[in-house]
Design a protein around this ligand. Structure first.
Ligand code: NI
Length: 182
């Protein structure tokens, strides 16, 4: 079942989501089925459970090779469902890159994110996931995990003049190399 997407202003997007206590429970597994189906229908790179009105600590992401290269990242990221994630920042260095979000349709903004992270969590099968990530991979994990703490990307922006409608930004603010297909 494809789930509805919560848009900015919904309280579920402002709450701290709850830990998933029993990953293999039927109620959790049933949600994961819908969560994956919804993610594929949206055709994006990432989604967090609160964005589909479920206040659980769970995110999903995937970066195809083409999309990775369009974002200056060298490798694809397989479809990953990450439950109860924890992020460790491996550097103080950040970079500033355009982001968008299904909960803030038609808009985008330039957001600083840590360049390199380690993230850990649990898979739907209950296995430990422990990876290091940099560049766009690190960015999308940080964006999705922020949703679990009630943070939307504009709240991370130091310069709100770099926030606006996708069409206008692509035409006016982006450099040609940044205006790559999403
Ligand atoms: Ni988002």
């Amino acid at each position: 079942m494809i789930l509805p997407v919560a848009r900015m202003g919904e309280p579920v997007l402002q709450a701290r989501a709850e830990e998933v206590t029993e990953v293999t429970a039927p109620i959790v597994q049933a949600f994961i089925t819908d969560f994956v189906e919804t993610f594929h229908a949206l055709n994006g790179v990432g989604l967090a459970a609160p964005q589909v009105f479920k206040s659980w600590r769970m995110v999903i992401f995937q970066l195809s090779k083409d999309r990775a290269q369009a974002r200056g990242y060298h490798e694809a990221v397989p479809l990953t469902i990450l439950i109860n994630p924890v992020i460790e920042y491996l550097t103080d260095e950040t970079d500033l890159v355009w982001e968008a979000c299904f909960s803030i349709p038609d808009m985008m903004g330039e957001v600083p994110r840590c360049k390199a992270i380690r993230y850990r969590g649990v898979s739907p099968e209950g296995h430990l996931i422990d990876r290091q990530a940099e560049g766009y991979h690190a960015r999308m994990v940080q964006h999705e995990c922020d949703h679990l703490d009630g943070i939307l990307y504009p709240m991370r922006m130091p310069d709100m003049s770099r926030f606006g409608f996708v069409n206008e930004i692509r035409q006016r603010l982006m450099t040609p190399s940044e205006a790559s297909p999403s």
